[in-house]
Design a protein around this ligand. Structure first.
Ligand SMILES: Cc1cc2nc3c(=O)[nH]c(=O)nc-3n(C[C@H](O)[C@H](O)[C@H](O)COP(=O)(O)O)c2cc1C
Length: 191
C-alpha cells in the first residue's frame, strides 16, 4: 500500500480543495494506504519560490533546499513518499501560485548537471478544482503536469473537478463528487 503526501495549495483552508482532499484521504485510508495532508497556506517562507541560488546543486547539499524554511522542509520530505498529490484551485488558467512555489523549490530534487530526477519512483497526481469548465484552466493544468511528469520520468494521473461553486458548503453536499474523489484516493493507495 502506498504512502501519500498531499500538498494543498489553496489559501482557503476550508475551501473546495480541502473538501476534495479530505474525501480523497478517506479513500486512501479505506484502501489501507497512509496519507499526510500539508497545507501551503500555513507555512512560513523566507523566500516565495526558488531564489535560483543553486545551493541545492552543490554536491554537499544534494536533495536539500538551502533556504531552510518550512517550504524547504516539506519539499525535502518528498522522497519519503510513494505518491505526491498536488491539490489546488485553478487561478487564471493555471495551478495557483502556491503550488508553483512548491514545484520550483523541487529543483533541489533534480540534478541539473546530469538532467536527472532524484525522485523517479515518486508517482505524481493532481486534484484540481475550478469554477469554470474543463477548458477554463483544468485542461491546461493537466497538460502542464503531463509534461512535467514526462520530464521527471514518473507516472501521472489526475482528478479534475470543473464547475465548483465558490460557496464550499455546496460541495460538501455533493455526494457524487465526494464519492468520486474518495474512489480516486482508493486508486492512489494501490497505484
Ligand atoms: C484569483 C482567482 C482566480 C481564478 N481563476 C479561475 C480560472 O481561471 N478558471 C476557473 O475555472 N476558475 C477560476 N477560479 C475559481 C476557483 O478555481 C474555484 O472556485 C476553486 O474551486 C476554488 O478552490 P478553493 O475553495 O480550494 O480555493 C479562480 C478563483 C480565484 C479566487
Amino acid at each position: 500500500m502506498n504512502k501519500i503526501l498531499l500538498v494543498n495549495g489553496s489559501p482557503r483552508v476550508h475551501g473546495n480543495t480541502a473538501i476534495l482532499a479530505e474525501a480523497l484521504a478517506n479513500g486512501v485510508r479505506a484502501a489501507g494506504g497512509t496519507i499526510d495532508l500539508a497545507s501551503l497556506a500555513n507555512l512560513k517562507l523566507s523566500h516565495p519560490g526558488c531564489s535560483a541560488c543553486m545551493g541545492c546543486q552543490q554536491p554537499a547539499n544534494r536533495g536539500k533546499c538551502v533556504l531552510g524554511d518550512d517550504l524547504a522542509k516539506l519539499v525535502e520530505s518528498v522522497p519519503n513518499y510513494d505518491v505526491l498529490v498536488f491539490a489546488f484551485p485553478v487561478y487564471f488558467f493555471h495551478p495557483n501560485a502556491q503550488i508553483k512555489m512548491f514545484l520550483d523549490r523541487m529543483f533541489c530534487l533534480f540534478d541539473a548537471k546530469t538532467n536527472t530526477s532524484m525522485i523517479p519512483k515518486v508517482k505524481m497526481a493532481i486534484l484540481a478544482s475550478a469554477g469554470g469548465s474543463l477548458a477554463g484552466g483544468l485542461e491546461a493544468s493537466d497538460h502542464f503536469f503531463i509534461s512535467l511528469a514526462r520530464f521527471l520520468k514518473t507516472p501521472y494521473t489526475s482528478f479534475l473537478k470543473p464547475l465548483c461553486p465558490e460557496d464550499s458548503s455546496r460541495l460538501k453536499n455533493d455526494t457524487k463528487t465526494l464519492e468520486d474523489s474518495k474512489n480516486f484516493g482508493q486508486h492512489l493507495a494501490q497505484w
